[in-house]
Ligand binder design. Structure first.
Ligand code: SIN
Ligand code: FE2
Length: 226
């Protein structure tokens, strides 16, 4: 390797950050069906909408909805934030399904339930037919950053990537399958992460195809009204 290459070489990350946990196939196929049913019911009340990037207004490649007293939303004018109501219908978000609240209680030591559960739907038709994915980002719109993030994968598998707290560093990859659960706690809580690829068409779980990701987050510190 020449000196210039050495200076710019980024060693691949071999280890996952402290606080990262992966529970492969945590949910049985029957529980996954139950979760899809809960998502269907939630979506009937709070339909998927097309989120857009702050300032540019560029559409994200996923469509989104939420469960909980607060939902994560983004649009051109007001950017990333939590809102108690759906941005299009103005109605409150549907309640967090008990199976997800119970998962949170089991996998976190946090003494309160999460206010928010983001529902991301990755579709093959997303991003103008290129297939939805998600760029590297840090979840940091919450006031309570001590609580872990707990996320559930349903449907088509995906390549999840996680790096460090700084943008642009090396990342480690892990293929997530339907029923898998990931927890970002400790140092991993503020690490860059994203979905570089979805293996479309490999699962029949999601009725219209693709991958659903459910991400629970505690937004406010305990004692702060939602
Ligand atoms: C996210 O970071 O919001 C989504 C991660 C995933 O889809 O697994
Ligand atoms: Fe995230």
């Amino acid at each position: 390797m020449c000196v210039k290459a050495l200076l710019t070489y980024k060693a691949p990350m071999t280890d996952f950050p402290q606080g990262f946990a992966h529970y492969p196939l945590y949910f049985t196929p029957a529980e996954q069906e139950g979760l899809i049913k809960a998502v269907k019911e939630g979506i009937a009340q709070a339909p998927f909408y097309q989120p857009t990037m702050p300032r540019t207004g560029a559409p994200l490649s996923v469509v989104m909805s939420n469960f909980g007293s607060l939902g994560w939303v983004t649009d051109k004018g007001r950017g990333y934030r939590y809102e108690p109501a759906h941005p299009k219908t103005g109605a409150p978000w549907p309640a967090l399904p008990e199976i997800l609240g119970a998962l949170w209680d089991k996998l976190t030591q946090y003494p309160a339930r999460p206010e928010a559960c983001l529902i991301n739907w990755y579709r093959q038709a997303g991003d103008g037919g290129k297939g939805a994915k998600m760029g590297l980002h840090v979840d940091n719109d919450e006031n309570e950053l001590r609580a872990p993030v707990v996320s559930v994968s349903l449907g088509d598998p995906a390549m999840f990537r996680i790096g460090g707290p700084k943008r642009g560093g090396p990342t480690a990859g892990l293929k997530l399958f339907s029923g898998d659960v990931v927890v970002l706690a400790g140092e991993a809580r503020l690490c860059h992460h994203g979905v570089s690829k979805v293996y479309y068409g490999e699962s029949a779980l999601v009725p219209k195809g693709g991958r659903i990701n459910l991400t629970m987050r505690r937004v406010n510190t305990i004692g702060t009204p939602a």
